[in-house]
Design a protein around this ligand. Structure first.
Ligand SMILES: NC(=O)c1ccc[n+]([C@@H]2O[C@H](COP(=O)([O-])OP(=O)(O)OC[C@H]3O[C@@H](n4cnc5c(N)ncnc54)[C@H](OP(=O)(O)O)[C@@H]3O)[C@@H](O)[C@H]2O)c1
Length: 276
């Protein structure tokens, strides 16, 4: 990122905090970051921690930035975009992290001529371990795509999709996905207790197993399928458990759950875009 590129965050909450921390940890100068929010006390906290310029007026921030990151709740994004319309003649790149809000709606609210990257990060981004799906509208050039990737890349692994509709699939997979793993951790711990372990032991074994398995899957040497085959000895304990999962149609259960999330994401996109 060039030293002169200025990034403005609108919304100083959890995600903005994670992204700003990530960018500064990656060596970006705090002078290149500006932050606005309606909460003056929160701004003052952030200004003290990061030594950056803060605003209670989003339009003042927007007029000074090359990139604007929308880090407000989805329900208020339309109001925030509409107030910027008269302050973006310099054509900043707009990056939205707001769940569910479509780039076409953001563009319409901004006046119809903006370069927009819509992204769907997930909760582990708060620890710098997120997974983010991203799409760019036709007005975004390659240099801007690289900049957006550097910003979201400060807290997550970034993957691009071509078609905005695929952001709903990203939402169903990685957006809501952390909760699926939490459910698995919770269920395994409960089952461990039913088998006689004390609660604390069962919970710790469950969490550490999820962490270890995830690290093995992410080191890239073997696929998840190959790893599973390697740890499933014929006639062994793992095979007994996997067969039980398959008898209950585990893959179909996961597939139905993700379809439900996908359908809900599509519906939310329509609802959030219906501002008239
Ligand atoms: N947290 C996650 O893990 C996660 C994951 C994926 C995507 N996201 C998306 O990231 C976005 C931000 O989430 P978050 O968890 O960071 O939310 P958050 O902690 O609630 O932060 C949003 C901030 O925006 C402020 N705000 C409200 N109205 C504003 C306005 N008109 N102008 C400027 N700032 C305003 C809020 O102030 P008040 O509190 O006073 O209203 C709050 O400080 C959301 O759209 C969410 O969908 C979050």
């Amino acid at each position: 990122m060039q030293n002169s590129t200025t990034i403005g965050f609108i919304g100083a909450g959890n995600m903005a905090y994670a992204l700003i921390s990530g960018l500064i940890n990656n060596g970006l100068n705090a002078q290149n970051i500006k932050l606005s929010d309606t909460d003056a006390a929160l701004l003052s906290l952030r200004a003290n921690e990061f030594n950056l310029e803060v605003f209670t007026d989003n339009t003042a921030l927007a007029s000074q930035c090359d990139i604007i990151v929308f880090a407000v709740k989805p329900q208020i994004l339309s109001v925030v975009c509409k107030e910027l319309q008269a302050h973006i003649d310099h054509k900043p790149l707009m990056i939205s992290i707001a769940a569910g809000v479509r780039a076409t709606d953001i563009n319409r609210w901004l006046g119809g001529d903006s370069a927009i990257v819509r992204s769907m990060p997930n909760t582990p981004a708060l620890l710098g371990k997120g997974a983010t799906g991203m799409m760019a509208n036709d007005a975004v050039n390659d240099e801007q795509k690289a900049l957006a990737e550097q910003i979201l890349g400060a807290v997550s692994q970034c993957l691009w999709v071509e078609d905005e509709k695929m952001i709903d699939a990203v939402t169903a997979l990685s957006g809501s996905g952390p909760a699926y793993f939490f459910l698995m951790i919770e269920s395994m711990a409960k089952a461990g207790v039913a088998l006689g372990l004390d609660e604390k032991t069962a919970e710790q074994l469950s969490i550490q197993t999820a962490l270890g398995a995830s690290m093995m899957a992410s080191n890239g040497e073997d696929s998840a399928h190959e790893l599973r085959a390697k740890v499933t000895s014929p006639n062994g304990t793992t095979q007994a458990a996997i067969e039980s999962f398959q008898d209950q149609n585990f893959e179909m259960i996961v597939s139905h759950a993700m379809r439900a999330a996908f359908d809900r994401a599509r519906k939310m996109g329509t609802e959030l875009g219906d501002d008239d």
